[in-house]
Write a protein that binds this ligand. Structure first.
Ligand SMILES: [Zn+2]
Length: 352
């Protein structure tokens, strides 16, 4: 039985690119030099991804400043002190906040698709940020002359355009990064925040046909930054009934690092819809140990006892480096893990 396998997205940026990003930020090198280094990293990353034999690849997000900030990079109507996301190891990431409208994306993810497609013949998957994550940019105190309702209407429009342009640019499929889903349960145990996020994201998904939604997926995880998480202590089984309300065709779920695997599989079986494919994470991106193909295969065999095999796929638990400055996972480790995922999935195919 054929089991599709896909990456989540990001690969650690090579050291020379990290340094170029820093130097550019400090005004030490011109933009042209940063662009050349980015291009070089992109080429090398795609070549190395091809070498893993992954049937579908991404661009490794080499040119994205981060999985969440690419649409607002360069937006002048931003202040630095927005929502803070605390991680288990004590470090934080802070989002900017909006100071005026109308809200427009500065960059669309389709630019990454076009570039990647010029460098490979393999199908290219593209990740976009969720509408709900960007909705956090609107400040609690409001903005004079730009209401929250106006912002949400503008955001839904931009978010739809982001996905649609990727599909039009020939992306094999599009994955919405919805990493704040599990965090929402932590911030608001009443589940109202999570439900609001789901409803907002569904407003965007509803703008696509059923055929288009088959090519649109959602990634969820407890966050993975500097090898730490923001919401792993929240039960996955609590999240999944909500997550599968999303009218998307594919789900890319953190699983290898999950402690409660049995209840996770049961919740997937119980709450996912028949037309939703489940890509289970079979490599733990927070653990430097490189899985063997046999370990990956064993995870798939266990899952196949609970979830129908024709709705199963495999992926990595998360991106290997969602923020450009995260150097916690070596590039070589990331490629080795992807190779193990591909080989382990092939091994399971021969047994199922
Ligand atoms: Zn993730």
């Amino acid at each position: 039985m054929k089991i599709p396998t896909e990456p989540v997205g990001s690969i650690p940026r090579p050291v020379y690119l990290q340094e170029a990003i820093k130097s550019f930020a400090q005004g030490q090198i011109p933009e042209k030099e940063l662009a050349a280094k980015t291009e070089q990293a992109l080429k090398e990353t795609i070549q190395q991804l091809e070498a893993t034999c992954s049937p579908v690849i991404s661009d490794g997000e080499q040119s994205k400043p981060s999985f969440v900030t690419y649409p607002i990079h360069g937006n002048k109507q931003l202040d630095s002190n927005g929502v803070v996301i605390p991680f288990a190891d004590g470090h934080t990431r802070q989002l900017p906040k909006l100071t005026g409208g109308p809200f427009r994306y500065q960059n669309y993810a389709s630019s990454y698709v076009e570039k990647a497609k010029s460098l490979t013949r393999l199908p290219v998957k593209q990740a976009v940020i969720s509408t709900s994550a960007i909705s956090l940019l609107y400040p609690q105190e409001g903005i004079a002359d730009y209401s929250h309702d106006q912002f949400i209407q503008d955001l839904i429009h931009e978010s739809e355009a982001d996905i649609r342009q990727c599909l039009n640019a020939g992306a094999y499929n599009v994955q919405i990064d919805f990493t704040e889903a599990r965090l929402a349960l932590k911030l608001d145990p009443s589940r109202q925040l999570l439900q609001r996020f789901i409803d907002l994201n569904n407003q965007v998904l509803d703008r696509f046909t059923q055929a288009e939604r088959k090519k649109i997926g959602v990634h969820s995880c407890p966050g993975g930054d500097h090898d730490s998480t923001h919401s792993a202590d929240i039960s996955y089984a609590d999240l999944l009934p909500y997550l599968f309300q999303l009218r998307a065709g594919n789900f890319y779920l953190e699983y290898a690092a999950e402690k409660e695997k049995k209840s996770t599989l049961q919740a997937i079986r119980e709450f996912s819809k028949n037309d939703q494919r489940i890509f289970l994470g079979v490599t733990n991106v927070l653990d430097p140990h490189v899985e063997t193909p046999e370990e990956v295969c064993a995870l798939i065999m266990e899952a196949a006892k609970v979830i129908p095999v024709d709705r199963l796929g495999t992926t990595d638990d998360c991106g290997f480096s969602p923020f450009a400055d995260d150097v916690s996972t070596a590039r070589e480790t990331a490629f080795a893990k992807i190779k193990a995922r591909v080989q382990g999935t092939l091994l399971a195919e021969t047994k199922l």
